[in-house]
Design a protein around this ligand. Structure first.
Ligand code: PLP
Length: 388
């Protein structure tokens, strides 16, 4: 079999951890019951969902009754924004988001704007960071919700959520954070963050795709956007995806147990990758905050080449991405980099390299060498074309 390219795209998705896959198996076979059934099969499934809910709650320091399973982070974000809007829309019609939100927040916010809500999009600095002061400035008496992501999926910058929460709390405004990229990479504690709603995505931390959750602080006004039966306290009706929920629970436990080790491993390899690239590529630029950044994420701009060209040149050796996986087919400047004030050249040369649990030292050395060689080849090609 042909060797697989080195995978440095853990922010796009992660493989399912063996422990997670193993725990899911019985729920695809003999323990296939519907958690709503009142017979033995139902009880087994219900108990498994309950245990997973506890594990996910433990990952963020929440109570299990505040965790609602969804089909993905996109759904959790939609539920947060549209659900709060439904609950508060009679008296409040203003929403605040940051300029670097994932489309899974940006799009429902724009949808609400089309429905007549006022939408304030707060700018970021050159590192992709939102200023709590700007959030305070944007608040109005009719602001229902502020949504600022915990960590950015492209450049990895970690937003000052606790500081923002101190402001929204004082003004009795709800705060949502999309923590899809943060979970498993940095500590997440509801009490320390002070948020009212928080989004999680299983496939970003070694659970399968197609499972997510929304944390909703007890007492938060929110209404379902789906109409159906009574699952998830009627906030997310539909028969639970039991195998995926079980896997999500185990992944949450692993994320908690391994956090310190994973942070150390990621940071070491990420920094080694950065060092190797810096040694061989003069003019390489780091994007995102140098310190307030996910330990696994290296977002850099290569000078004088396009990130897309570069990744295509190393495609048989390395899998990484320009921008985020969800919209990497488009050849436009990433909205995140545009919001950070990058010009077309720096944005075009950008590549996101994200490491994970399975990344090795040897892979990082090989990936750095492949990128450096490809960059030199492309540069040579360009100067030959120019002088011809
Ligand atoms: N939010 C963030 C910050 C993400 O990075 C992603 C996926 O890349 C999502 C939301 C959407 O996740 P999903 O596609 O699983 O719904």
């Amino acid at each position: 079999m042909k060797a697989q390219p080195i995978y440095l795209d853990y922010n796009a998705t992660t493989p399912v951890a063996p422990e997670v896959a193993e725990a899911m198996q019985p729920f695809l076979h003999e323990a296939f019951g519907n958690p709503s059934s009142s017979h033995a099969y139902g009880h087994v499934a219900r108990d498994a969902v309950m245990q997973a809910r506890q594990r996910v709650a433990d990952l963020i320091g929440a109570s299990p009754s505040e965790v609602f399973f969804t089909g993905c982070a996109t759904e959790a974000n939609n539920l947060a924004l549209l659900g709060v809007a439904r609950a508060l829309g009679r008296s409040k019609r203003h929403l605040v988001i940051s300029a670097v939100e994932h489309p899974a927040v940006m799009a429902p916010a724009k949808y609400l704007a089309q429905e007549g809500w006022d939408l304030s999009v707060v700018p970021v600095d050159e590192y992709g960071l939102v200023s709590p002061f700007d959030i305070a400035e944007a608040l109005r008496p009719d602001t229902a919700l502020v949504s600022v992501m915990c960590a950015n999926n492209e450049v990895g910058s970690i937003e000052p959520i606790a500081e923002i929460a101190a402001i929204t709390r004082r003004k009795s405004v709800l705060l949502h954070t999309d923590a899809a990229q943060a979970a498993g990479k940095i500590p997440l504690d509801i009490a320390a963050l002070g948020v009212d709603l928080l989004t999680l995505a299983g496939h970003k931390f070694y659970a399968p795709k197609g499972i997510g959750a929304l944390y909703v602080r007890a007492g938060t006004p929110i209404r379902s956007v789906l109409h159906g039966a009574e699952q998830e306290h009627e906030l997310r009706p539909g028969t639970e995806n039991v195998p995926a929920i079980v896997g999500f629970g185990v992944a949450a436990q692993l994320a908690r147990d391994r956090l310190a080790q994973a942070q150390h491993h990621s940071k070491q390899l990420r920094d080694l990758l950065h060092q190797r690239l810096r040694e061989s590529i003069p003019g390489l630029m780091l994007n995102g905050h140098p310190e307030h950044r996910l330990p696994n994420t290296l977002h850099v701009s290569f000078p004088a080449v396009s990130g897309r060209e570069l990744l295509s040149e190393v495609g048989s050796i390395l899998a990484a991405s320009v921008g985020s996986a969800c919209h990497s087919e488009l050849d436009t400047v990433s909205g995140v980099l545009a919001a950070m004030g990058f010009g077309p050249a720096r944005a075009a040369g950008a590549v996101r390299l994200s490491v994970g649990w399975m990344t090795t030292h040897a892979q990082v050395e090989a990936a750095a060498a492949a990128l450096a060689n490809a960059w030199q080849r492309l540069r040579r090609g360009k100067s030959e074309t120019a002088s011809a």
